[in-house]
Write a protein that binds this ligand. Structure first.
Ligand code: C2E
Ligand code: MG
Ligand code: MG
Ligand code: MG
Length: 280
């Protein structure tokens, strides 16, 4: 206590580190078995056509409801799953579950599933995708897989081959979070993506920041030249939607259209949106 002034900071810093290490260990321990305890489930967020607001598909987003701590964000537990290798089992669950739920949608809308770069270390990934499709009966062209550039960054030749195998199944492949990370344009030449997703970081600034607008314009231009879709992530306001439409962005996704929701809530969401659109 006598040397408090000199030590206060490091002690507090150390305390914070210890607390975060404790939480990390807790997540690791509790994540094992979370699937069998049925604590993991998917929410679905609508993706709409920019032209007319028609829902074209949904992105599956993983949710963990911890029995005592409540909801834990995928931003927190996915990295732990990746470090521990649990992502292979969790990723397989997500694929199975998303295909199973989507196969029951009478609308025939597609489902987008996020794949971690770590899942590409498992040579059986393409077989996992194929078996999720076969078990559910979901047509391959209704499954879209979202990957980030980091998939092409490490061990690229191997991952590229695996990505090719998955594409061969008839699924679509989207490049997620484009504009952040490495954003090397060479990835767009290395693989023929079906879609580029523009990261929320640029979408949120599209109306007020010249720089953000310039990036959005460049990406939508790339999409047009390549003849592929561009989806804006994190659209929250009608102004943003308007700017994005003007730039020729083809699909929009964000809280403005709908938050991620359980599969059971989708029919009601659909009814409400249809009523809102025809009323407007
Ligand atoms: P992502 O794939 O880029 O997903 C978009 C994230 O933005 C989601 O966060 C979504 O809920 C959020 N979002 C959507 N619209 C808006 C909006 O208008 N405003 C704001 N502020 N946020 C919006 P979420 O669900 O927390 O997921 C975060 C990330 O975790 C995902 O980013 C993805 O990288 C990862 N993730 C989620 N589910 C899975 C999964 O099943 N497998 C893997 N490997 N990663 C997943
Ligand atoms: Mg995604
Ligand atoms: Mg994204
Ligand atoms: Mg993102």
């Amino acid at each position: 206590e006598a040397k408090r002034s000199g030590r206060g900071r490091p002690v507090r810093f150390h305390g914070a580190l210890a607390a975060s290490a404790r939480r990390r260990r807790l997540i690791e321990t509790d994540l094992r078995g979370a699937i069998t305890r049925r604590e993991l489930g998917l929410h679905y967020q609508p993706i709409v056509r920019a032209e007319d607001g028609e829902t074209v598909g949904y992105e599956a987003l993983l949710r963990w409801h911890h029995p005592s701590r409540g909801p834990i964000s995928p931003l927190e537990f996915i990295p732990v799953a990746e470090e521990t290798g649990l992502i292979h089992e969790i990723g397989a669950f997500v694929l199975r579950e998303a295909c199973r739920e989507a196969s029951g949608w009478t609308s025939g809308r597609s489902v987008a599933v996020n794949l971690s770069p770590v899942q590409f270390r498992h040579a059986g990934l393409a077989a996992q995708v194929a078996s999720a499709l076969a078990a559910s009966g979901l047509p391959a062209d209704q499954l879209e897989l979202e990957i980030t550039e980091s998939v092409l960054l490490d061990a690229s030749s191997n991952n590229l081959a695996l990505l090719g195998q998955i594409g061969q199944l008839g699924t679509r492949i989207a490049l997620d979070d484009f504009g952040t990370g490495y954003s090397s344009l060479s990835y767009l030449c290395a693989f023929r993506f079906d879609k580029i997703k523009i990261d929320r970081a640029f979408v949120s600034g599209v109306c007020d920041s010249r720089e953000a607008l310039a990036v959005v314009r460049a990406i939508t231009g790339l999409g047009r030249s390549l003849g592929i879709a561009t989806t804006a992530e994190g659209v929250e306001t009608p102004d943003q939607a308007e700017c994005l439409r003007r730039e020729g962005c083809t699909q929009l996704q964000g809280y403005l259209y709908g938050k991620p929701m359980p599969a059971g809530a989708l029919p009601e969401y659909d009814t409400i949106r249809k009523a809102a659109c025809s009323g407007a």
